[in-house]
Design a protein around this ligand. Structure first.
Ligand SMILES: [Zn+2]
Ligand SMILES: [Zn+2]
Length: 252
């Protein structure tokens, strides 16, 4: 099986400390075949006012130089677009002229502005959990993305997940739309480094996705520090022989 990681943040992301050079060297040392750097593109007004607008041309030039300096590995110039469905009119023309692959879509904010990707003082309410998955459904239905990233991210800071029975039909619908649109399901390992200690989405959701006919997977460490990046045996064991690595869905 190919060894790959398609969700990594480096120095171009405001919240990552990884140097591109050290990442590439480590990936080669660990015999990865392919990796994707997927910096944040966060365009909600409250994010733009703090972090500003990153320069995609500088970013693509940075990736191209890394690939030239480390030809022993395939490096993709990816992007993680936060809450794409809420900023589509702004984001689409911004990314159009760049060769970005893979495009990860992820939900970070609820309609009440709660950031679900950080540690909160109390777990989400049932209404917030429903809102979270409704946002994911909009994201996969309305946006051209290659991968749905970290589905269920809000659970990663807690040892136990809130019961999700009430959102099972929603999650099923998310998977149906993804399968129909060839959007890969990311198995995200950031939650193994946090209290939750399980891959997200969890094995029962991976089984549900497969039972509906889904076989397009992506693996993502979601690394923000160099020690986050590395081989996860669990990651490799979750992907079956008949699964397909991610395809380029978004075409120009
Ligand atoms: Zn994210
Ligand atoms: Zn990320």
């Amino acid at each position: 099986m190919k060894r790959y990681d398609f969700h990594i943040h480096t120095e171009f992301s405001y919240d990552s400390r990884i140097k591109g050079v050290e990442l590439l060297q480590k990936a080669i040392d660990l015999q990865y075949d392919e990796i994707a750097i997927t910096e944040h593109l966060d365009l909600l007004p409250q994010e733009l006012s703090i972090y500003g607008l990153p320069s995609l041309s500088r970013y693509c030039a940075y990736i191209a130089k890394l690939q030239r300096d480390f030809p022993a590995i395939t490096l993709h110039c990816g992007i993680e677009i936060g809450d794409y469905h809420l900023v589509k009119e702004f984001a689409k023309p911004l990314i159009e002229s760049f060769e970005l692959f893979p495009i990860l879509g992820s939900v970070h904010f609820l309609k009440d502005h709660t950031n679900v990707a950080i540690l909160l003082s109390s777990p989400l309410t049932k209404a917030q959990v429903i809102d979270y998955y409704e946002n994911n459904l909009r994201l996969v239905s309305e946006c051209d993305i290659d991968v749905l990233a970290h589905l269920g991210v809000y659970k990663r800071y807690y040892t136990e997940a809130a019961p999700e029975d009430c959102v099972l039909p929603l999650i099923t619908e998310i998977f149906r739309v993804m399968i129909q649109r060839n959007i890969a399901l990311e198995l995200n390992f950031s939650s193994l480094r946090k209290a939750y200690q399980s891959v997200i989405p969890e094995p029962q959701y991976i089984d549900l996705y497969r039972s509906l006919g889904g076989n397009l997977f992506s693996l993502g460490s979601d690394a923000h520090r160099i020690d986050h990046f590395g081989i996860t045996r669990l990651a490799e064991s979750l992907i079956g022989e008949h699964d397909t690595p991610i395809k380029r869905v978004v075409t120009k």
